[in-house]
Design a protein around this ligand. Structure first.
Ligand SMILES: Cc1cc2nc3c(=O)[nH]c(=O)nc-3n(C[C@H](O)[C@H](O)[C@H](O)COP(=O)(O)OP(=O)(O)OC[C@H]3O[C@@H](n4cnc5c(N)ncnc54)[C@H](O)[C@@H]3O)c2cc1C
Length: 310
């Protein structure tokens, strides 16, 4: 119930306009979001790099309304890549196709992504195409297979979500293609016709797809904070003689930093997804939906703040 409510709230722009003015919500967001500017994203990246952890920078924002907004998002990505190069840091970027204009003009979206991947490739970086709601899965994978993967090969990769019933098949297709996959559980509200409603099934599907990707995939990214699944990945790789250089673990900025550092110390590649930008509200609400304790933390802070003021 709580998860459904929070995911519904994540899609209400009017509530965001109200929340954005609230200093407390902004401070809470700072736990999961590096800041509102490119420079704040790059600063977080440098801190992570100093601890031996790499990053993927994500400009927050989805479902833009005009071609001009999509172009502006593209330009911010190009600036971000330039900034990363200028400071001599190592980072990938992650982007969403709706932010690149998928719902407005598919051709323009293809061109926007092409410009970003071309720039990333020229500096040996990499672009991950995040996966959004299931209404976009087929189009995202089709565009990836038709346009960016043939043109740029391993400079670009996709995301698969283990809550979707179709994902095992998609993972096999991506393996056959030699494409780079980030595997996550999935963060959106989905109907039972397309997604497993039961968490046990989501987790079991995660493990099945993860093992196939570890065995046969191209440098898979195991994106989860689930310590049990991470242990399973480590044990599976050990048993099958898969070297730790052949895959990476990925986690979100501000989530399980202890685990991020521990894995790094154990010699695993770890990449942190670092979101930045003004459009942090839907992202923040999805993080709250994942963990009710985060809601309690936020409510506790609101109460403390009101008591202090009264
Ligand atoms: C690098 C990365 C990229 C991602 N990209 C996408 C994407 O493109 N599309 C998409 O749909 N989803 C994406 N996600 C989100 C993902 O789908 C899940 O919603 C999210 O990772 C939580 O699932 P989990 O695997 O950590 O497992 P869960 O079973 O949800 O959580 C396992 C444990 O992790 C900890 N934890 C999980 N979430 C939080 C949190 N928010 N705050 C504090 N602790 C937490 C808790 O201890 C929890 O018990 C991404 C996740 C990561 C790590």
């Amino acid at each position: 119930m709580l998860r459904t409510g929070l995911l519904w709230l994540s899609e209400q722009p009017r509530i965001f306009r109200f929340i954005r003015r609230n200093g407390l919500a902004r401070r809470f967001a700072a736990r999961f979001v590096a800041g509102e500017t490119v420079d704040s994203g790059v600063a977080a990246l440098r801190e992570l790099n100093a601890a031996g952890i790499t990053a993927s920078l994500d400009l927050l924002g989805e479902a833009v309304h005009t071609v001009a907004e999509a172009r502006a998002a593209r330009d911010t990505y190009l600036q971000t890549l330039d900034r990363v190069r200028a400071v001599g840091a190592a980072a990938h970027v992650s982007l969403k196709l709706t932010q690149m204009g998928l719902d407005i003009d598919e051709t323009q979206c293809v061109q926007n992504v092409r410009a970003i991947v071309a720039s990333a490739k020229a500096q040996d970086a990499f672009v991950r195409i995040d996966m959004e709601q299931s209404a976009y899965t087929e189009r995202t994978l089709r565009l990836f297979k038709q346009h960016w993967h043939p043109e740029f090969g391993n400079a670009v990769g996709v995301v698969l979500q283990s809550y979707l019933r179709r994902t095992e098949q998609d993972a096999e297709q991506m393996i056959a293609l030699g494409a780079r996959v980030r595997l996550c559980k999935g963060a959106y509200q989905e109907p039972a016709t397309v997604a497993f409603p039961d968490k046990h099934d989501v987790d079991a599907n995660y493990v099945r797809c993860m093992e196939r990707l570890l065995l046969k995939g191209n440098y898979p990214a195991i994106a989860t904070h689930d310590a049990r699944i991470i242990e399973r990945a480590k044990a599976f790789a050990r048993d099958k003689g898969i070297q730790s250089s052949r895959f990476e673990f990925q986690m979100l900025y501000g989530v399980r930093r202890d685990l991020q550092l521990a894995l790094r110390r154990q010699g695993y590649n770890v990449r942190v997804y670092v979101p930045f930008g003004t459009q942090w509200y839907p992202y923040l609400m999805r993080r709250l939906a994942e963990r009710p304790a985060n809601v309690a933390f936020l409510v506790g802070n609101v109460l403390r703040e009101s008591l202090r003021r009264s």
